[in-house]
Design a protein around this ligand. Structure first.
Ligand code: NAD
Length: 479
């Protein structure tokens, strides 16, 4: 099936008529094409957004809110169709897309549809000077949203919903690897009555279409989620134009397990935080540090549980681990398993490509646990972004804190302990934007979301996102 750009409420071929293949990772075959949109397509999308901006930014909050909530409802109505599309494009189990990806995309619209009605700004009375200041929060204008392939509709809508709730018009690009649900979102936005031009979706490669969005001088803010090196490149391009930038980048998150934790709960959650979505979640706890006194027990129990995970076709209901997103990504992940062996890591389970009967060309990989001798090895320092975790023991709280923080990333950390004082000490000192204690990926959409160090700049979520997508203007009135 061929996908088209969604500009000004209409589906259109790219002006250049340049197309790229879209693969189904479960079978390793091309099943459609998407536009490789050029500067001219981005300009066309920008003009549509610009023309829609005045009316949309003046639309009452009640009406904006109602449209966002309608989009949310239609996402729910189309749950199965969207989940199947997501799974076909990405390789993730349909069940996972049904339980997580699509419901969360619907929540994003519902949440920001509600949040915008509660978003308030401040006023400051200048006492003794007969003056009052108030802050206007005005939409930025036309903004760019660029998202990755791992949680396609989930992350695409996480940007678009607050942007349009705040009165902006959007030029958005999903990952070229997973374009399908973004395409379906266009149809849903029309059905929900979102005015033409408020959301425009251009498809294509990062270096072509993404680059054209970032380079466009009138697209005043860029909200980007993706790899750290792409984020650094975008920052270099955008900085001389003084664009607002929100960058959600890579991670190499520690999962710190103390002997006093609730063991069974920890074990079950650790399987999930290691391998959910084939380990392709920026928040996965890919470095597991276990207190030495329970290390051997954990090792045996963890390996046993992980061996029970079923690698299978994403549409089968018994599948735990689907396909990796692309051939090149599979090769990258496999190359890290080789690096681990060269570095003296011990593969405790997994490590091999899986060939499924009937789907021999699919991109399947066994969930892999590597015991490492030092936290400084490459597999412990570099983002692999697949079903691969490292484990190693630690002796003291000070040691594990030091190892946890000794990576260039700082997105999330997970801590398993029932010791309150230790929880407080470590939560304060871990270099991360999010610390989960005795849980993982439990999300409340009002909370600030983002990373420190090479994991990004800025925060999404709740009013943080609405602040990003608005400019604060102070008005001072003397009376
Ligand atoms: P990527 O950086 O390759 O691509 C992300 C998006 O950027 C895609 O839409 C791509 O087409 C586009 N892009 C690429 N080059 C561009 C350029 N020069 N200009 C503009 N756009 C460009 O990342 P990916 O491989 O799609 O996603 C995986 C990465 O995303 C991992 O590093 C992961 O940790 C990260 N991620 C981070 C978060 C977070 O919230 N911090 C969430 C999910 C994924």
């Amino acid at each position: 099936m061929n996908i088209q750009n969604f500009i000004n409420g209409k589906f259109e071929n790219p002006i250049s008529n340049d197309w790229v293949d879209n693969y189904c990772p479960a079978i390793g075959e091309v099943y459609g094409q998407i536009p490789n949109s050029s500067k001219a397509d981005v300009e066309h999308a920008y003009q549509a957004a610009k023309d829609a901006f005045h009316n949309w930014s003046q639309t009452t909050l009640e009406v904006r809110s109602r449209i966002l909530i309608k989009i949310s409802e239609l996402l729910e109505v189309n749950l199965l169709r969207l989940a199947e599309a997501e799974s076909k494009d990405n390789g993730k189990p349909v069940n996972l897309a049904k339980a997580i990806d699509i419901p969360r995309a619907a929540s994003n619209f519902r949440f920001f549809g509600n949040a915008i009605t509660q978003f308030a700004s401040e006023s400051h009375e200048s006492v003794g000077q007969n003056a009052i200041n108030y802050t206007l929060r005005q939409p930025v204008g036309v903004v760019g949203c660029i998202s990755p392939w791992n949680l396609p509709l989930y992350l695409f809508t996480w940007k678009i919903a607050p942007a349009i709730a705040a009165g902006n018009c959007v030029v958005a690009k999903p990952s070229e690897v997973t374009p399908m649900t973004a395409h379906l979102l266009g149809e849903i936005c029309n059905e929900a009555g979102l005015p033409k031009g408020v959301l425009n979706i251009v498809h294509g490669l990062g270096t072509t279409t993404g680059q054209a969005i970032v380079e466009h001088p009138e697209i005043k803010a860029i909200s980007f989620t993706g790899g750290t090196s792409t984020g650094a490149h975008i920052a270099r391009v955008a900085a001389p134009m003084f664009k607002k930038l929100s960058l959600e980048l890579g991670g190499k998150n520690p999962n710190i397990i103390f002997a006093d934790c609730d063991y069974d709960d920890m074990l079950e959650t650790t399987v999930r935080s290691s391998f959910a979505n084939q380990g392709q979640i920026c928040l996965c706890g890919s470095r597991i540090f276990v207190e030495a006194s329970i290390f051997e027990k954990f090792k045996v129990d963890f390996v046993k549980k992980v061996k029970q995970l079923k690698v299978g076709h994403p549409s089968e209901s018994t599948t735990d681990i689907g396909a990796l997103v692309s051939k090149s990504h599979l090769e990258k992940v496999l190359s890290y398993i080789d690096i681990a062996k060269d570095e003296g890591g011990e593969i405790l389970c997994g490590g091999n490509r899986v060939t499924l009967l009937g789907f021999e060309n699919g991109y399947y990989l066994e969930p892999t646990i590597i015991e490492v001798e030092t936290d400084e090895c490459r597999v412990n320092q570099e983002e692999i972004f697949g079903p691969v975790v490292t484990i190693m023991p630690f002796e003291t709280e000070a040691d594990v804190l030091q190892m946890s923080n000794k990576v260039k990333y700082g997105l999330a950390a997970t801590l398993w302990t029932n010791n309150l004082k230790r929880t407080m000490r470590l939560s304060n000192q871990l270099q991360a934007g999010i610390v989960w204690v005795n849980t993982w990926m439990l999300r409340d959409l009002r909370t600030p979301f983002g990373g420190v160090k090479a994991s990004g700049v800025g925060r999404e979520g709740g009013f943080e996102a609405l602040r990003f997508f608005t400019e604060a203007k102070n008005v001072c009135i003397k009376y």
